[in-house]
Design a protein around this ligand. Structure first.
Ligand SMILES: Nc1nc2c(ncn2[C@@H]2O[C@H](COP(=O)(O)OP(=O)(O)OP(=O)(O)O)[C@@H](O)[C@H]2O)c(=O)[nH]1
Ligand SMILES: [Mg+2]
Length: 206
């Protein structure tokens, strides 16, 4: 299988779910603690440095942001075909000082989107490979399971660890689902994650 990102563009942003355009293609959402690297991961997947705003200061992403990705997929057998997919960049959790209730629900916006959005095929839950799974992340995974949303666990910033320590760190992140290593800095893990996303979006059967 081969894939090519032909184009990626900003589609819409909203802090009010009612204001988002309805889903017309399969969607993949990216969730995780504030500043973990969600927006950088999206930029890296579509190979565009500045499609999504990133920052070293937590709280860079406000609201729910949709991006349209145009792909050309060439299966092992058969002809190449074009496909569309939407990426959803979510604001981070675990940043602002919030009430207990809000902490448990990651804020109504994220929870509302994850629980009601009809086009959503999978949620990429991103953790820092050096910190592993924290309480918020574990709660999010549990929540996704309880509402029947497939989760893909990604441990990012693998470039921050020497190669010899990566495997051990990944093994320690989580058992179920297994974490996939990634680096938005070097593109490490990109092909593997793309395959997974395409299968999850039903754009690839192999
Ligand atoms: N070395 C390295 N730095 C990274 C990687 N991914 C993200 N960063 C850095 O981490 C910081 C936060 O990245 P963002 O992509 O803005 O994180 P975010 O999760 O979208 O943050 P919020 O929107 O604030 O929740 C930036 O300074 C990025 O350059 C990575 O794989 N490797
Ligand atoms: Mg962001």
């Amino acid at each position: 299988m081969d894939y090519l990102v032909r184009d990626a563009r900003f589609l819409a942003s909203a802090t009010d779910l009612d204001r988002l355009p309805p889903p017309v293609v399969a969607e993949i959402a990216f969730a995780g603690r504030s500043n973990v690297g969600k927006s950088s991961l999206i930029n890296s997947l579509v190979e565009r440095k500045k499609l999504v705003r990133t920052s070293s200061t937590p709280g860079a992403t406000r609201g729910v942001n949709l991006f349209r990705v145009d792909l050309r997929i060439t299966p092992e057998e058969g002809d190449a075909r074009d496909a569309e997919l939407d990426f959803v960049d979510l604001p981070g959790y675990g940043f602002a000082k919030r009430s207990k209730k809000e902490r448990r629900s990651w804020g109504p916006l994220i929870e509302g989107f994850l629980s009601t959005r009809a086009g959503l095929r999978a949620v990429v839950v991103i953790v820092d490979v050096r910190r592993g799974l924290e309480e918020d992340d574990a709660e999010l995974l549990e929540y996704l399971e309880s509402i029947g949303r497939p989760a893909i666990l990604v441990a990012t910033k693998t470039d921050k660890l020497p190669k010899s320590k990566r495997k051990l760190a990944l093994d320690q992140v989580a058992q179920r689902p297994r974490a996939m290593g990634y680096s938005a800095e070097t593109g490490d893990g990109r092909d593997r994650l793309w395959r997974r996303l395409l299968r999850q979006a039903h754009l690839l059967s192999e």
